[in-house]
Design a protein around this ligand. Structure first.
Ligand SMILES: Cc1cc2nc3c(=O)[nH]c(=O)nc-3n(C[C@H](O)[C@H](O)[C@H](O)COP(=O)(O)OP(=O)(O)OC[C@H]3O[C@@H](n4cnc5c(N)ncnc54)[C@H](O)[C@@H]3O)c2cc1C
Length: 384
């Protein structure tokens, strides 16, 4: 596996030449695209300014089934079958129809990278001229370029997104040590007027944070307040902007995926499984180009159409995100109470999971994994 550590000083030889595919960004979305291209024989270069798995910017919570279907279970830290919701008027405990897990970011990224056969270089991406990506280590060209660089959307022709005017939420967390059995969220204006707060335990640490749908609301003080309320020290900060509105998945011949395409779900700010989901589909489109089954224009068209099919679901979640904080506290409480009925929970969480269903990953295994599964089946048949 061609793995490299962050290059410093004289080691930083220029990145140059051309490749078949350049994937910019080596987190959830970028690594998933690269994984789908494994075994294609194409020259795939993955770029990131940090080492793979070096910079966690998320509470790293995901429906457990997604870890299983992506062969990433080894990174799981804790599994939950209940969600506890706190409001100023009381606490409700919801039994989930599927379990949710927290995972270790570095380990998950390394496991994903193990499924790739691409080349990796650390380089800061500065922009793009046509089919050439400009980095602090030189320029590299490719007919197929993927922007998986997160919310900034750096390779966009208009130079990307800037807060606070862009449609972005903001999230901040602290990661004190300590354990807990409970997956908890707070819908409480004391912490954030529009948004929610959380405590996601991950075995020996807790990820305590606040997310605000309003980018102008500064979440630092209330993140500290929540940590204080939970009697945990506010240590090991991490935060980021979170795009809460779907953006075009293609532009000027470039493919965008994950947060760069605004694929994080509005209302819940869950963006990991959607980065996997859309990354799988994008990888398939690129693979069809590399195998000569379609040209780049068709891949751009097909990927954009695939995203379009999901647009109304994102639009409705964004409407709910805007509406819920405006409801009077009394009605908010009623909604939360009504939402606690078991039948409603099963229905709502079932629909919610199907927006980016883990079954999709099984139906669209990367060609290498498919071959492995096929061989496994043959071996079992022969042995029988
Ligand atoms: C505090 C917080 C908690 C969250 N918790 C959850 C959660 O529990 N569950 C969930 O599903 N979602 C969560 N999210 C959202 C989730 O983190 C994102 O939706 C997800 O990370 C998107 O993945 P991505 O691969 O598109 O982008 P990112 O994970 O942002 O990755 C972008 C990559 O690009 C690299 N990069 C950026 N700029 C450059 C550059 N100029 N040059 C080179 N490389 C660059 C970065 O180093 C990074 O590796 C959370 C977000 C925040 C802020």
């Amino acid at each position: 596996m061609p793995k490299r550590r962050t290059k410093r000083g004289d080691e930083r030889t220029p990145v140059s030449g051309s490749r078949d595919v350049v994937v910019c960004g080596a987190s959830f979305a970028g690594l998933t695209v690269a994984r789908q291209l494994a075994g294609s024989g194409a020259r795939v270069l993955v770029l990131d300014r940090y080492e793979i798995g070096e910079r966690q910017t998320s509470a790293c919570g995901i429906p457990t089934e997604w870890l299983r279907v992506m062969a990433l279970e080894a990174s799981a830290r804790q599994e939950f079958s209940e969600l506890i919701v706190h409001t100023p008027r009381g606490t409700s405990r919801y039994e989930l129809p599927w379990t949710f897990s927290t995972f270790d970011y570095r380990q998950l990224c390394e496991l994903l990278w193990d499924q790739c056969d691409a080349e990796f270089e650390t380089a800061k991406i500065e922009g793009r001229d046509g089919e050439t990506v400009r980095t602090d280590r030189g320029d590299v060209s490719a007919p197929l370029i993927v922007d998986a660089l997160g919310w900034r959307r750096i390779l966009a022709s208009d130079g990307g997104y800037q807060p606070p005017d862009a449609p972005l939420s903001r999230g901040l967390e602290v990661h004190p040590g300590g354990s807990s059995d409970d997956l908890e969220i707070w819908i409480d204006r004391r912490y954030v007027p529009a948004g929610y707060s959380w405590c996601f335990p991950a075995s020996d640490e807790q990820r305590i944070g606040v997310g605000s749908f309003d980018p102008r609301f500064h979440v630092k003080d209330t993140t500290v307040l929540l940590a204080d309320d939970l009697e945990r020290p506010p240590v090991r900060y991490q935060g980021n902007w979170i795009p809460h509105k779907l953006r075009p998945g293609t532009e000027d011949g470039i493919f965008f995926v994950g947060d760069s395409a605004g694929q994080c779900l509005p209302l819940t700010a869950e963006g990991i499984r959607t980065a996997f989901y859309f990354g799988i589909r994008l990888g398939e489109e690129l693979r069809a180009v590399l195998d000569g089954r379609q040209d780049r224009e068709a891949a751009l068209r097909n990927y954009a159409q695939f995203i379009d099919v999901h647009e109304w679901k994102f639009r409705w979640m964004l409407r709910a995100q805007r509406l819920l904080p405006r409801l009077p506290a009394r009605i908010q409480r009623g909604v939360i109470r009504a939402a606690g009925r078991k039948r409603f929970i099963d229905w709502a969480f079932g629909h919610y999971l199907r927006i980016a269903s883990p079954e999709f990953a099984l139906e669209h295994l990367p060609a290498r994994a498919e071959r492995r599964a096929h061989h496994g089946r043959l071996e079992r048949e022969i042995a029988a």
